[in-house]
Design a protein around this ligand. Structure first.
Ligand code: GLC
Length: 554
């Protein structure tokens, strides 16, 4: 297996809007990130990934870009960004940017031009179609359940519809347009020339739309849109032609720099992964699949094991993988996969030990390292993000009781991870001096960075230890992965082996204790072989709730 810095990396994901406010407007900013670089360095992370920081009307918190080459004023200036880049590099931390190439904001200059007339030079940068029988060109529904639900918006001036898979404020770019592609490539090179270290590529497997934009024929999951639009995310995923586009992106941009690329690829399982990420494909380095962190579905432990096994095979065949349990689009991992009550600390440590010993590049989302949990907002007015709000109104409109609708949406809301970072027990959690743009999670009085630093038994130190171990033991990065003890449904156990070093990990992925029998080759395991455990003491054959152990057996 080829070695690479991005395989060894631990990436710390920062949601700039919610990380640290330094100018008292209730919105996080770039100076706030600079303020905490020592904290990130101390944690051990080697890369930071910033969610979009570009000029944007903030309809979707920056995923609606109105100018790719300037910074959103609430976050700061290009000089602030240059300073951030320098300060990060000085500490040995690389910086990767979130790049949104599937769509722009409707306030982007290209779209403003595009909608002026059918013969405007920018017309083809977006996807325009005439009405079909007086209606939208097809039955696609937008992913945000916005408005009446269509993925098409009528434009009076030119009497045509434009496509927007997300918000109507986020028109899809037309990747069949060579002039548009050239603009994108030179913009990406501009960022690389500035010294950034890579890109997280938003919705990257959706750039190529299906030829002819046919109707979706897949039945829509409930609640069915009353207007007949179908939210079918498969329609634009992994379409023929996508690999040619990515190869071109790689040729024109990625291959010219020493950068890392990670694609966000919904609707993709391990089966379709290799062409994107195989070493010889020359497309992208790795991708975020949603097999574990999929919306609205809680994987079982056997499913989890099956998924990890399949992705370990992808690596064996020349690809690479990512390990994450949460990001800015999914709930807090302890609330989702662990236990955010009695076993918050134990399960938080277990999930960390599990992720960090699985094969792939490690991603830590801000606040995960101190065990932040989901928020329990009392009403819809507290929520901000498009998906929760759109879906709520669509459900209520269809007769679902408002309270019930909220209950159903709470667990998976993306705002669970977007509440301000909890730095201390001071007002507004030390995030800002004034009221934050999104309410603070009331748990901040207990769960915060200051308290975590003061407590040697906190989750934070488990992360620090794991990240430090990764730097010392290549087996955590390059080790071959082999599942063991598969007969226990809720236990995850495996070995990793690399150049004579062998580790064995075992996790009780449930709130109940579990008796286990070690296989012959592991029976002789001694205390001395134990590298880490999330309980201060333990009994050899009984696993406590969420108990996790890492042994170095050779
Ligand atoms: C990706 C982002 C998400 C955003 C969407 C549209 O899924 O992660 O936050 O809403 O793309 O850009």
């Amino acid at each position: 297996m080829r070695k690479a810095w991005w395989k060894e990396a631990v990436v710390y994901q920062i949601y700039p809007k919610s990380f640290q406010d330094t100018n008292g407007d209730g919105i996080g900013d770039l100076q706030g990130i600079i303020r905490h670089l020592d904290y990130i360095h101390d944690l051990g992370a080697t890369v930071i990934w910033l969610n979009p920081i570009y000029a944007s009307p903030q309809v979707d918190n920056g995923y609606d870009i109105s100018d790719y080459q300037s910074i959103h004023p609430a976050f700061g200036t290009l000089d602030d960004f240059r300073q951030l880049l320098d300060e990060a590099h000085r500490r040995g931390i690389r910086v990767i940017l979130d790049m949104v190439l599937n769509h722009t904001s409707d306030e982007h200059r290209w779209f403003q031009e595009s909608k002026k007339s059918k013969d405007n030079p920018y017309r083809d940068f977006y996807i325009w179609r005439p009405a079909k029988n007086g209606k939208e060109p097809n039955n696609w529904g937008n992913y945000f359940y916005e408005g009446r639900g269509s993925a098409w918006e009528w434009d009076e001036t030119t009497q045509e519809y434009y496509l927007h898979n997300y918000s109507k404020k986020m028109p899809d770019l037309n990747w069949d347009c060579p002039a548009m592609r050239q603009e994108i490539y030179s913009m990406l090179r501009w960022w690389c020339d500035l010294g950034i270290d890579g890109f997280r590529l938003d919705a990257i497997n959706r750039l190529q739309k299906p030829k002819g934009l046919p109707d979706s024929t897949r039945p829509c999951a409930p609640p069915v849109n009353p207007y007949g639009y179908i939210v079918d995310r498969e329609m634009c995923a992994n379409q023929p032609g996508i690999h040619d586009l990515l190869k071109e992106l790689n040729r024109e941009v990625f291959s010219r720099y020493d950068i890392m690329t990670v694609g966000e690829t919904g609707n993709l399982t391990s089966v379709k992964a290799l062409p994107y990420i195989h070493e010889d494909s020359h497309e992208i380095n790795m991708l975020f699949h949603f097999e574990i962190a999929k919306n609205a579905h809680l994987v079982s432990v056997p499913e989890y094991k099956d998924i990890q096994k399949r992705w370990a095979d992808v690596i064996r065949q020349g690809g690479w993988s990512t390990q994450y349990l949460t990001n800015h689009d999914s709930p807090r991992q302890i609330s989702r996969f662990g236990n955010d009550g009695e076993f918050r600390v134990e399960s938080g440590k277990m999930l960390a030990m599990l992720s960090h010993t699985q094969p792939g590049t490690i991603y830590v989302y801000q606040g995960e390292e101190i065990g932040m949990i989901n928020v329990n907002f009392p009403s819809i007015e507290y929520y901000d993000e498009r998906y929760t709000v759109g879906k709520y109104h669509s459900m209520v409109e269809q007769g679902v009781d408002p309270k019930e609708a909220l209950e159903q949406l709470k667990m998976m809301s993306r705002d669970n991870v977007r509440t301000p970072m909890q730095w201390s027990s001071e007002q507004f959690a030390g995030f800002s001096d004034s009221k934050p743009w999104l309410s603070v999670n009331p748990t901040y009085t207990e769960i915060n960075v200051q308290a975590a630093i003061a407590d040697p038994a906190s989750i934070l130190y488990t992360y620090k230890q794991l990240i430090a171990l990764r730097k010392e033991h290549p087996v955590m990065v390059y080790g071959d992965y082999c599942p063991v003890m598969e007969q226990y449904e809720n236990v995850v156990a495996y070995t990793r082996a690399y150049e004579g070093e062998k580790w064995f990990m075992i996790f009780n992925f449930q709130a109940a204790p579990q008796e286990i029998e070690f296989p012959e080759e592991l029976k002789g395991l001694t205390e001395r072989a134990l590298l880490m455990c999330n309980y201060p003491d333990h009994k050899a054959r009984t696993l406590r709730p969420y108990e996790a152990r890492i042994y170095k057996i050779s």
